[in-house]
Write a protein that binds this ligand. Structure first.
Ligand code: ACM
Ligand code: ZN
Length: 729
């Protein structure tokens, strides 16, 4: 009966409902193509590497290597070829599956590669074998294993072999990308990421049909690329002597952290990525985010230092001195060496978060402003225009070598040259403005595409990260082509990218966890930008990808498969749905439907910006609830959120007052609450205050916040309180 269990009808079947979803899949009823260890791959010259990838992927998933040959006429097997004249655009592909042949035809080699990715993602994954490391599952010669290959029993061999085979339903798949630029970013500066891990990241990008890898190689906390003309950049600038702990502003470890990539290593990485049809865009972030470089060459800063490779997060006020010609020549040298290493058509020169406080006081910077005849106007300061001078000067250096610059959207402040591509990160507004001005634009808004934010509302159960809340659903909703733009202006939106900053990501498993599965939603937008979005259907397609992640031992977040069941409602109590007013409204951003949120019967949940909390800063929550008739009560309960890194603390005190007429209130209870410390976890907490039973028609609840304590980076400012669902019983 073991044989019967392996009949052909039961062969595992490929499923083309993958991520990103192919544009067109037409299946027919012909006998499926049977993929097995004897299947041959035929490739046109120029596609040998693609053939190898296919063979490797099949080995990873099925456990056998496919043999490869150069193309012959009408062979049986899998055929790879490039036929540009059959396609309207680059990177497109078509797969034809017949009983005897699978043809993957591309507009170019990249198209063939994406066709291979589609085939790979369609293959059934054996639940038995996926638990074993892929390279040990079977030997590399396409034999099932040594025991089987020496077996004399044809029956046993066949039955075992047939379990290695799988069926590819016949039909045609036609596919092409929506956006030409499909990127992911990675920050190895805040935490260094070893080269081998970066290669795995590139593998992940390839699996998700991405073609641009934005590599953020310099920042305040570490310089990561060898520059031969300035060796101190990596001798000194690649290491810091401590790192701020958690979200605390003042506590540091004393561990020397760092690392860098040699130019040879980067060339190897560039080749690795290019084989996978991925271009690496190096970023040298200037003129801000340069403290690591200043630590090596203090004379390049406005004050002359001394500076240290920064041990904390945030935006350093110490930036490159824009008035010092030597500084400008340094940057030009660096960019030229970067371009010697990276063949990328795009060079990212940063431009974000450059405070101007040093420039305002620096004689050299002010002299430069004079020399250039820069005048401030209603919109921008002289220092903003000075930054434009720096960016435009560097753009010329880049353009002189036939490349284009990319800059963060801050570079729109001033008069940056129209040739610069704008990467819109502070929302989509910068991208909209840029497209209107004629810039090409890459959309990477933090609102939808910052994968360093939390992806679950249950932050107490998540690895700590920078904050925010950005679940897969929200990524999947992102509309990269703003309606405010005309179709002509929309053509300037050349692509979409997500970013992973690593302040709170010290390990590569955590990078993967933050990326996956949000990259799946991203690739749907980049590759398809679908008009209709069906999140539930998307989640079903994610399931197979999760199997693939497990096969490759990628760490991924599984919230979409295990939706969190939150206690959503509270039991009806005296306060529920009664008229409620606030003596002072919440902060505008955190008001939502206003006071009635506090007693709508639904519990506060999720992150502070989930719409389920009212936020107050610098003054108490002071709510008056009209119970509509006198009622006896003896306790008040409420929930508050604590997220210390986001300046949100527990309340310091709660007071309860009652009144019969709604005018004159008398205090019945007061309770002080100790401040949360860095040793305490963040999360959602319930607070309760009891008192002698009292009968009244009105109840007033005053919830006061703390000021940020001395060990917090925001010391001296008021902390926020986020409160929801006041219950009275
Ligand atoms: C950025 O997130 N500062 C570009
Ligand atoms: Zn200066």
């Amino acid at each position: 009966m073991a044989f019967a269990a392996c009949t052909k009808e039961q062969l595992p079947v490929a499923d083309y409902d993958i991520i990103p979803q192919p544009k067109e899949v037409q299946l027919n009823e012909e006998k499926p193509f049977e993929l097995g260890p004897k299947t041959l791959v035929y490739y046109e010259s120029g596609l040998q590497r693609e053939a190898q990838f296919l063979s490797e992927y099949v080995n990873d998933i099925m456990g056998y290597v496919l043999q490869m040959q150069e193309y012959q006429s009408q062979p049986d097997g899998i055929v790879l070829k490039v036929v540009p004249e059959d396609f309207d655009q680059a990177e497109a592909y078509e797969i034809n599956i017949t009983p005897k042949q699978v043809t993957i035809k591309g507009a170019d080699a990249a198209g063939v590669f994406y066709g291979i990715q589609t085939l790979r993602k369609s293959l059934p994954i054996s639940p038995i074998d996926s638990s074993q490391p892929t390279n040990q599952r079977r030997n590399d010669m396409g034999e099932p294993n040594s025991q089987l290959s020496t077996s004399n029993s044809q029956l046993t061999l066949n039955s075992k072999l047939s379990t290695l085979n799988s069926q590819l339903p016949c039909g045609t798949i036609k596919d092409y990308p929506h956006f030409a630029y499909r990127g992911m970013h990675l920050d190895p500066c805040r935490h260094f990421i070893p080269l081998d891990s970066v290669k795995v990241y590139i593998d992940m990008l390839a699996m998700h049909n991405m073609n641009q890898f934005h590599f953020h190689l310099s920042d305040d906390q570490g310089w990561r690329i060898e520059i031969k003309k300035y060796p101190e950049l990596t001798e000194i600038g690649a290491y810091r002597n401590g790192t701020v702990i958690g979200h605390n502003g003042n506590l540091y470890d004393t561990i020397r952290h760092g690392g860098f990539y040699t130019q040879d290593e980067l060339r190897d990485l560039i080749e690795y990525a290019a084989e996978r049809h991925i271009n690496i865009i190096p970023e040298i972030d200037l003129p801000g985010h340069m403290q690591a470089a200043l630590a090596c060459y203090p004379h390049l800063g406005c004050t002359g230092g001394p500076y240290e490779v920064w041990k904390r997060w945030g935006v350093s006020e110490d930036v490159l001195c824009a008035g010092n010609e030597e500084t400008m020549l340094f940057v030009e040298d660096v960019l030229n060496e970067v371009m010697d290493v990276f063949p990328s058509p795009y060079i990212h020169i940063g431009g974000d978060e450059c405070p101007k406080v040093r420039w305002e006081k620096c004689p050299k910077c002010q002299a430069k402003i004079k020399e250039l005849g820069i005048k401030k106007d209603d919109k921008y300061s002289a220092e903003d225009y000075l930054q434009s001078y720096v960016m435009n000067r560097m753009a010329k250096v880049v353009e002189a070598r036939g490349r284009r610059v990319i800059g963060w959207d801050e570079i729109l402040d001033g008069n940056v040259s129209e040739t610069a591509i704008i990467m819109s990160w502070r929302g989509t507004e910068g991208g909209i403005e840029a497209a209107r001005k004629g810039h090409d634009v890459i959309m990477a808004p933090s609102s939808h595409l910052y994968f360093d934010y939390y992806q679950s509302e249950d932050i107490a159960s998540e690895p700590m990260c920078i904050g925010g809340y950005l679940p897969v659903e929200r990524v999947y909703e992102f509309q990269p082509l703003p309606e405010e733009l005309t179709p002509e202006q929309q053509k300037h939106i050349i692509g979409v990218q997500a970013n992973i900053w690593t302040e709170y990501i010290a390990h590569f498993w955590h990078v993967q966890y933050m990326a996956l599965p949000r990259m799946e939603a991203l690739t749907e937008i980049q590759w398809n930008n679908p008009q209709e979005r069906d999140f539930d259907a998307f989640v079903e397609r994610c399931r197979h990808m999760a199997q693939l992640y497990e096969l490759y031992h990628y760490t991924y977040a599984d919230h979409i498969f295990n939706p969190q069941v939150w206690a959503d409602t509270v039991e009806a109590n005296l306060a529920t749905h009664k008229p409620i007013s606030l003596r002072q409204q919440p902060a505008e951003k955190y008001t939502y439907e206003g006071a009635s949120l506090l007693n709508d019967g639904n519990l506060g949940r999720g992150a502070y910006n989930s719409g389920r909390w009212l936020g107050f800063c610098g003054y108490p929550l002071d709510a008056i609830i009209d119970l509509e008739q006198p009622a006896e009560m003896q306790h008040v309960r409420f929930h508050a959120l604590v997220n210390k890194g986001a300046w949100i603390y527990n309340p310091s005190q709660v007071k309860v007052l009652v009144s019969d007429d709604g005018e004159t209130f008398r205090e019945v209870a007061q309770k002080d609450i100790p401040i949360s410390t860095w040793e305490d976890r963040d999360g959602i907490f319930a607070y309760e205050v009891g008192f002698e039973p009292v009968t009244a028609k009105f109840v007033e609840v005053i919830i006061t916040g703390y000021d940020l304590p001395e060990d917090h980076s925001g010391f001296g400012n008021p902390a926020w309180i986020f409160v929801d669902e006041i219950e009275v019983e």
